[in-house]
Design a protein around this ligand. Structure first.
Ligand SMILES: NC(=O)c1ccc[n+]([C@@H]2O[C@H](COP(=O)([O-])OP(=O)(O)OC[C@H]3O[C@@H](n4cnc5c(N)ncnc54)[C@H](O)[C@@H]3O)[C@@H](O)[C@H]2O)c1
Ligand SMILES: [Zn+2]
Length: 355
């Protein structure tokens, strides 16, 4: 088992290993004295792992409850959030009781948001079961739900007390959902770490049974940890994690969310890198390697959406402020920069990526 310690306002550990789920009870006892724990999960993950996690925690002396919601992004809503809070209140959860977020990013974000607000905040543990949740959403303390006006419009910064990641759970993921996480892992390699990029590149395509998966997850979380510790509130270097996301989000939205997050981000990475190369910020060899690694995993590196379709979505992004926009540009493999562009230059930049 590998361990990463995160030193934010509150210190916590991330544990990563294959077939470690059975040890969750012992590690949970290091965070909570026997108390009530509520597993928040979706119906799919509940069927696959809900009973095991329930039994493991019960056998360690916890009084375990479970709230399972319909699978899918549509559940990351005010409605489900309200139900989670009321489920805790009905079952008389107190300030010393806790929550276990079991599943992908949807379960993790809901569990975290619920934990951060119930009784003004209780402790929670993240048990990510998608690669995307493992390398991205479970670490860093961003929680949230969607409103009808847009994604992640309500949320908090609330760090988990433990992140417990059993990479064996990824074996039940569909190839498509696994790949969503691969896009994020490739992103870490591009922005921060040439070795990680090269490892994925050499062994591509990586799958859920890839024998170095634990190493990949470890490297990604370690990189995220560095950024989060330096910039917990996402005002500086943490923005590097947005590589491919500005265009990626626009593609997701323009496709009416038929294109999933990781696949849209992969295309976003390809387009921003092409634009960045055309403007002289990224060299040709790095561009070719980035396009190659994406293609090796079957990602689409072009889009049929036009800049007229993408631009309005980009400009309505909640993270944008004033007349400038920050874009993340890969300078070469393993290094990247945050560059500010005037909004009125964005159309030309985007068109350079779509060429
Ligand atoms: N808080 C953050 O920092 C952060 C960062 C990135 C993404 N996110 C959020 O994460 C969400 C996306 O995460 P996601 O892709 O994990 O989505 P998800 O939670 O919907 O999971 C994707 C699908 O995989 C299924 N699943 C989960 N684990 C499984 C397993 N082991 N075997 C089989 N099926 C399994 C789920 O039931 C679901 O159908 C978005 O809502 C996004 O906004 C949050
Ligand atoms: Zn992402």
């Amino acid at each position: 088992m590998k361990k990463i310690s995160i030193n934010t306002n509150e210190r916590y550990d991330v544990l990563i290993g294959k077939n470690i789920l059975g040890e969750l009870g012992a590690y949970t006892l290091e965070i909570f004295a026997p108390c009530k724990l509520c597993i928040i999960t979706d119906d799919t993950v509940n069927l696959l792992y809900g009973d095991s996690v329930f039994d493991i925690l019960s056998n360690s002396g916890f009084d375990v409850y479970r709230y399972s919601f319909p699978t899918g992004e549509a559940s990351k809503s005010l409605d489900t959030y309200g139900r989670c809070l009321e489920f805790l209140a009905e079952n008389k959860f107190s300030r010393t009781d806790g929550i276990i977020g079991l599943g992908g990013g949807v379960a993790g974000d809901l569990a975290g948001f619920t934990a951060s607000t119930y009784l003004r905040g209780i402790k929670f543990i993240q048990v990510p079961t998608t690669l995307l949740a493992a390398v991205d959403s479970s670490v860093g303390g961003k929680t949230g739900i969607n409103l009808s006006q847009g994604k992640n419009l309500a949320g908090t910064f609330w760090q988990p007390s433990l992140v417990f990641c059993d990479t064996a759970t990824f074996k039940t993921l569909s190839a498509e959902i696994f790949l969503d996480g691969v896009a994020e892992a490739i992103k870490y390699g591009i922005i921060l770490n040439k070795n990680l990029f090269e490892k994925i590149y050499t062994d591509a395509p990586i799958t859920a049974s890839y024998d170095k998966l634990e190493d990949i997850v470890y490297s990604c979380i370690k990189l995220k940890a560095t950024l989060v510790m330096e910039d917990e509130r996402d005002k500086g270097v943490r923005q590097l994690l947005n590589l491919g996301h500005t265009i990626g989000h626009a593609i997701e939205k323009c496709s009416n969310y038929k294109i999933s997050h990781g696949h849209a981000v992969a295309t976003g990475i390809a387009l921003i890198t092409k634009a960045s190369h055309n403007f002289g910020y990224t060299d040709l060899q790095s561009l070719s390697l980035i396009i190659d690694i994406l293609k090796k995993h079957g990602f689409i590196t072009e889009t049929s959406f036009t800049s007229e379709e993408l631009l309005p979505v980009i400009l309505s992004d909640k993270k944008r402020g004033g007349s400038n926009i920050n874009l993340i540009l890969p300078t070469k493999i393993g290094s990247s920069e945050i560059r500010e562009f005037p909004v009125n230059s964005l159309d030309g930049f985007l068109k350079a990526g779509l060429k």
